[in-house]
Design a protein around this ligand. Sequence first.
Ligand SMILES: *Cc1c(COP(=O)(O)O)cnc(C)c1O
Length: 231
Amino acid sequence: MDFKANMTEIQSRSLKALAQTGRSLSDITMIAVSKTVPIQDVQLAVDAGITHLGENRVQELTSKFDDIKGKVQWHFIGTLQRNKVKYILDKVAFIHSLDNIRLAGEIHRQAKLAGILIKVFIQINVGREDSKSGISPEELPAFLEAMKSFENVKICGLMAIPPFHPDLEAVRPYFKEMKQLFDAAKSLALPHIQMDYLSMGMTYDYEIALQEGANIIRIGTGIFGSRKKEE
Ligand SMILES: *Cc1c(COP(=O)(O)O)cnc(C)c1O
């Protein structure tokens, strides 16, 4: 697998998508989603210049965390059970999948014990799909308000996985809605919230996500090739 070539292609396509928005590559972060990818390949990607890795399983993240050599920031992007928070808290830079208050409470409790501040994204189920995690867009204002009791949890942005659609243009309205939610949350100017990041866009739709305002994209197959077993 030629990771360098894959990364170069994603960068040049990102640059094109960003051109229309007046932003450049330095304004965005690409997370390489390494779930199910063998450790040797992940190490090659890190050696080729990847600095952000995303995993969606606690056990896979912790074992790769121990093995990967290099300066990497880890992102937890999957469903997180409360009883597993303690295993990743000292390893991840960001948790992208906060979608319930009890989980926030546990992250806060563990972060406080460790004396750290943990950065989290609120996951939004923007397509209102039964199969997906995330709070509904309507719940966001109350959710943000409730977060103020958890001072060791820093809300740093929103994350979404919009519905899949073979016609990419059909996905665009979901990204637009996310950008509106993001701007609205930002304008609330709540002291415990710092809305810096909008995490949306995967291999098949990242260009549209970037056009609509994403500043973090999460790319798996576009870097590592197709996964053996789809998640
Ligand atoms: C797997 C995954 C991705 C990457 O998907 P690709 O289509 O392989 O780019 C991004 N975000 C989340 C939350 C994922 O689980």
